[in-house]
Design a protein around this ligand. Structure first.
Ligand code: ATP
Ligand code: MG
Length: 565
């Protein structure tokens, strides 16, 4: 799987911009925009575009606008507008006073449309959508002129005004550009500029019953805002001639340059808004912010930091060629960030009880634990230690395989920051399931070290039973069980590729007392278990933690070598 084709910081878009600045084009100005359609939540692909557009503005002392491309009534919603504003801010970018809506330009767009009609560059067409498609021709055959193509400008103008006035039903007429029905580029064969839609809009209400098409709206919006570099994804490359045609044929204030780059594709997930909407609507996931989704809201809830996402966007870079980026790279960026910053905590996800038989009953002592070995400034905290503790069930095997370096009968291990313990006895229930271990501790090993420096096989994390807080942990795995459903031999619906094990809920976790106060969004490294963050579902009585990403998984290696034996 490839990622960057150019080194970050010196990609082809920057080369173009630097050449423009050197040539004094646009008076040396750099003005970009991020133009989402408010018909869904933003995802990691949008984050790449946001980092790119706002990043260029920052690096070249320019500006970046946030503009909603809201030309599709019905599919768009203020819920999406609000989530997009929140997500862009959360990623660390700011549009200052430059928040725009394409719908704010509806009047201007209408005037420009009349201008095109008057100059013979547009006409009102009565063909149905199906007919227009048939008349358009194919890649190998030229299109056929619409019978309305030679309609006099005055007549088109009259009809267009009556379209606006609401005299016609949906689909009765459209306004089309008059370009070239034989153009090798299908987008130039008299594309539709306006259609009739008797439908309310989330901002303009019922003021309009004709709506401009995206391809017509976008270049004009860019020009009205003084955009210099209009950066979009590769599927718009074939639309660029029309982008330029619109601007060349209208008295707009400037002519921005459209530049295309390859969209971000990420393995083991879906990035199309349509698919994401389907997963949310049909409750395959718990909402737009489900931590399994690649939405910004989902990543945030999962425990991703803006720093990690920005770093990821930088690392994947921009290229002209489509590629699939490995999900592991995104996870790597998060680990790097959290390794530096996340406080270390003890949390036992699948608890097994230990009674330390030679430790005095009723005694509690405090042991000192460092908060982050990567960050001396993070300091230490005190953890209560007592006769009864929880350890991880996985940290014990009655019949240990060869490479199992943890507790088993007769063996000694270190309890992190506390003492050495040795397993003396295994207690089981009627079904033979281990319910408790009886151990003895070495009082000389306080802090987890002994005078004779004797070696132990492993170190376990633990929590004192009397002081533990009950918690829930939500462990996430890949959303899809294959990297790319469209590359599967038998073409399947992407929903058939959903990973049934993408969410595991552990409700009986035991965590150290300080975690009861974890604020939603607060992130931690649970020793040996991964990076976790507190979920908004948390209460002080019962905190809930999402596993953001695992640590490097040595456990999987042990399992594997065991299977091989
Ligand atoms: P659709 O148009 O199908 O609703 P979209 O993903 O194109 O979906 P937009 O809201 O139009 O969504 O996208 C806003 C901006 O984000 C556009 O400039 C688009 O090119 C960019 N963008 C969208 N998806 C990606 C992606 N996967 N990688 C990079 N940029 C993207
Ligand atoms: Mg789009």
């Amino acid at each position: 799987m490839a990622n960057a084709e150019t080194t970050p910081g010196l990609n082809f878009i920057r080369s173009i911009i630097e050449a423009d600045i050197r040539a004094g084009r646009n008076g040396g100005r750099v003005h970009t925009r991020f133009p989402p359609e408010p018909n869904g939540y933003l995802h990691i692909g949008h984050a790449k575009s946001i980092c790119l557009n706002f990043g260029l503005a920052r690096d070249y002392h320019g500006l970046c606008n946030l503009r909603f491309d809201d030309t599709n009534p019905g599919k768009e919603d203020v819920e999406y507008v609000d989530s997009i504003l929140a997500d862009v801010h959360w990623l660390g970018f700011d549009w200052a006073d430059r928040l725009f809506y394409a719908s704010d330009y509806f009047e201007k767009l209408y005037e420009y449309a009349e201008h095109l009609i008057r100059t013979g560059k547009a006409y009102v067409c009565a063909l149905s959508a199906d007919q227009i498609r048939t008349y358009r021709g194919t890649l190998t055959e030229p299109g056929q002129d619409s019978p309305c193509r030679e309609r006099p400008a005055e007549e088109s103008l009259g009809l267009f005004r009556r379209m606006r006035a609401g005299e016609f039903a949906d689909g009765a007429y459209v306004l089309r550009a008059r370009i070239d029905m034989a153009s090798p580029n299908l987008n130039m064969r008299d594309p539709v500029l306006y259609r009739i839609r008797h439908e309310g809009h989330h901002r303009t209400g019922d003021r309009w019953c004709i709506y401009p098409m995206y391809d017509y709206t976008h270049p004009i919006s860019d020009a009205l805002e003084g955009i210099t570099h209009s950066i979009c994804t590769l599927e718009f490359e074939d639309h660029r001639p029309f982008y330029d045609w619109v601007l060349d044929n209208l008295p707009v204030p400037c002519h921005p340059q459209q530049i295309e780059f390859a969209r971000l594709n990420l393995s083991y997930t879906v990035m199309s808004k349509r698919k994401l909407l389907e997963l949310v609507d049909k409750a395959y996931v718990r909402g737009w912010d489900d931590p399994r989704l690649p939405t910004i809201a989902g990543l945030r809830r999962r425990g991703y930091t803006p720093e990690a996402i920005r770093d990821f966007a930088e690392k994947v870079g921009v290229a002209k060629r489509e590629s699939m980026v490995d999900m592991a790279l995104l996870e790597h960026c998060l680990r790097e960030d959290l390794n530096r910053r996340a406080p270390r905590r003890m949390a036992v996800l699948r608890p097994l009880k230990i009674v330390i038989t030679n430790y005095p009953e009723g005694r509690v002592e405090e042991v000192e634990a460092e908060n982050n070995p990567e960050d001396p400034a993070a300091g230490t905290r005190w953890l209560p230690f007592s006769r009864e503790i929880w350890i991880e069930r996985d940290d014990f095997r009655e019949d240990p395989p060869k490479k199992f370096f943890r507790l088993s009968p007769g063996r000694e291990i270190r309890l992190k920051h506390a003492y050495y313990i040795r397993c003396d006895e295994v207690i089981k229930d009627a079904e033979g399931r281990v319910t408790e271990l009886r151990c003895s501790y070495d009082p000389e090993s306080r802090g987890g070290w002994t005078q004779d420096n004797r070696k132990v096989l492993g170190t376990s994390h633990w929590v004192s039973i009397a002081h533990a807080v009950d918690a829930e942990a939500r462990l996430y795995d890949k959303l899809l069980s294959v990297p790319d459903p469209s590359a599967e031999k038998e073409q399947k619906d992407f929903k058939e590729c959903l990973n049934p094990g993408s969410l595991e809920i552990l409700s009986g976790c035991k965590v150290e007392p300080s975690l009861a106060r974890a604020k939603p969004g607060g992130f931690f490294q649970f020793l040996r278990q991964g990076y976790f963050c507190a979920d908004p579902d948390s209460t002080p009585e019962r905190p809930v933690f999402n596993r953001s990403v695992t640590l490097r998984d040595s456990w999987a290696r042990i399992e594997k070598s065991q299977q091989e034996k």
